[in-house]
Design a protein around this ligand. Structure first.
Ligand SMILES: Cc1cc2nc3c(=O)[nH]c(=O)nc-3n(C[C@H](O)[C@H](O)[C@H](O)COP(=O)(O)O)c2cc1C
Length: 153
């Protein structure tokens, strides 16, 4: 295997999925997901960000290729979401979400307006492409860095 695709090379995987959680329980479940994720991801050098918006999850997982794929396969089995679709996956030159083993951002309407401007179009999770998804998550990262209290790493 070449160095670039080797299992120790940094990879980033972004996927979108639909929430399968009763709306009143979303906050509680997302808190539980983040708690477990921090514990697990710390052990396998995974960092990332989970965007929670409008019935959707959009998550970036970055770390050694093998660890990122193993985490994704486990996450896929989780009944709290469905219809997961990989938006992008491949080697990355550096971590974009290195501040957090995992961190969730639940979007408010104010955030939504900011993101629409930053991403310069409506967010359609069904058709979102890799570049757009990464831009979106990086925009969320800067909002979270400025306003977020919960540091996870
Ligand atoms: C949207 C979503 C994102 C998740 N992200 C992670 C994650 O980044 N890391 C992780 O270990 N588990 C994550 N989970 C939870 C896993 O599906 C699973 O419940 C957990 O890894 C089980 O951990 P345990 O075997 O240590 O109890 C996520 C679940 C959902 C629904």
């Amino acid at each position: 295997m070449s160095e670039i695709s080797g299992s120790r090379t940094l990879h980033r995987l972004i996927y979108a999925s639909r929430q399968a959680i009763e709306p009143v329980r979303v906050n509680e479940e997302v808190d539980a997901i983040v708690r477990i994720s921090i514990r697990n991801n710390r052990q396998t050098a995974i960092t990332g960000l989970l965007l929670v918006h409008d019935g959707w999850f959009l998550q970036a997982l970055e770390g050694p290729a093998e660890a990122a794929m193993t985490a994704y396969r486990r996450i896929l089995e989780d009944p709290r979401h469905k219809e997961a679709r990989v938006v992008s996956a491949g080697p990355a030159s550096s971590r974009a979400f290195g501040d957090w083993n995992m961190c969730a951002r639940r979007m408010s309407h104010a955030d939504d307006a900011i993101l629409r401007t930053l991403a310069s179009r409506e967010i359609d999770f069904l058709t979102l492409g890799g570049d757009h998804a990464l831009r979106l998550l990086k925009a969320v990262r800067s909002i979270q860095t400025r306003t977020g209290l919960a540091r996870s790493a």
